[in-house]
Design a binder for this molecule. Sequence first.
Ligand code: 6PG
Length: 305
Amino acid sequence: MELGMIGLGRMGANMARRLRRGGVTVVGYNRDPAVTRQLAQEAGVQAAETVQQVVQKLVPPRLVWLMLPAGEVTQQHIDAVAPLLARGDVLVDGANSYYKDSMRRAAQLAQRGIKLVDAGVSGGVWGVHNGYALMVGGDYDAVRRLETVFKVLAPAPDKGWLHCGPAGSGHFVKMVHNGIEYGMMQAYAEGFALLKSREDFGLDLAAIAELWRHGSVVRSWLLDLTAEFLKSDQTLADIEPYVADSGEGRWTAIEAVEQGVPAPVMSLALMMRFASQGKSDYGDRMLAMMRKGFGGHAVKPGKKD
Ligand SMILES: O=C(O)[C@H](O)[C@@H](O)[C@H](O)[C@H](O)COP(=O)(O)O
């Protein structure tokens, strides 16, 4: 079994390592050749210096996996790789791509006989040890050809991967997964902030997180990770209260509106991220000024932007 892996960043490199351990031949490419060389030495990945070389080194019909940031970078690489592929080849997009982009791309590539499989990959940096949950969309035969790869990447051969449905459905399921992730994270963050606010109780947040990991209704992997970082520091004083977002949360909220399905928790969690990014600052200044206007209430002087 052989596979081309384009993109050897945090996710791609670890997936290549896991595939190698599972006996899959991996032809790897990264824009920084030093990264590819290092992975060749360490994990026995066959190094390619260009995307052309990836395609050339594989025996048709090929399997090529793109593990790149969603959006422009993924699109550029699809545009670069697709013309090199032949009818019957399978291209996998493992990024957190917008599912509507995946549907469009799959239809375009299908015209040339190339099958695009959209694979939502969850598991983060721990996936190399724990395995990845794979949410797969696309043509039945293409997915069947990838079965060995999914079985190696998943936590167990028969668990942790699913052919969800047609093209786009894998990334659709991953999008909703990430919406849930936003909501769960927000709930934990609010709960711990509330616990911390009752200073007179002197609560040990690390101990509470650890307690809840065992037998409680709210135990989860997110809580495991939370308990771990609270062990070394529960003030979090050195962490900027800024939470980035990469797109999935926004698409989930848009989908909820488009479908008319209420999703208040996921949507509000997204709004809280925007607020953390400073995007509510102007509105908050407006509120302070209105309050001053009608009630003469004091306004705190602030920093100039
Ligand atoms: O399931 C996962 O492994 C995560 O969801 C993963 O995909 C990643 O952490 C996101 O890229 C973060 O997404 P945000 O930047 O939107 O929080």
